[in-house]
Design a protein around this ligand. Sequence first.
Ligand SMILES: [Zn+2]
Ligand SMILES: [Zn+2]
Length: 130
Amino acid sequence: MWVNQEQHPMHSYAQNQYVLYDRLIHEFKAFLEERLMRIEQEAGHALQQVNAGISGSGLSDEEISEHLQVYTAQGKMSEVDTCCICLGEYEKKEKMGRLECGHRFHAECIKRWLLSKNVCPMCMSTALTV
Ligand SMILES: [Zn+2]
Ligand SMILES: [Zn+2]
């Protein structure tokens, strides 16, 4: 090395740029984290309101497991639609739940839904007669 790196002006310039860049990334990350926190708070608040509005008309765990028709999805060829609760596609061998109206959802999604409301999220008819 023909020059002492500690005293080379180009080196400290690059280092300053790096520090600046690093700080920008940190500020951007903090900004995103703050936004995300606020979105989560708002979503949590909205969910609380929804739950408060529909509380008292759900089923118990026992009633759901006793009356919900659960079966296994046979694959995408026969299960081409998506679950309207989580908007996810039905994957092969996934547990499905069918309501009395004939509408079907992921078993886990519809179980969670039925805990707060005994109504089909698609057609609003009574989900399960208990
Ligand atoms: Zn789902
Ligand atoms: Zn339905």
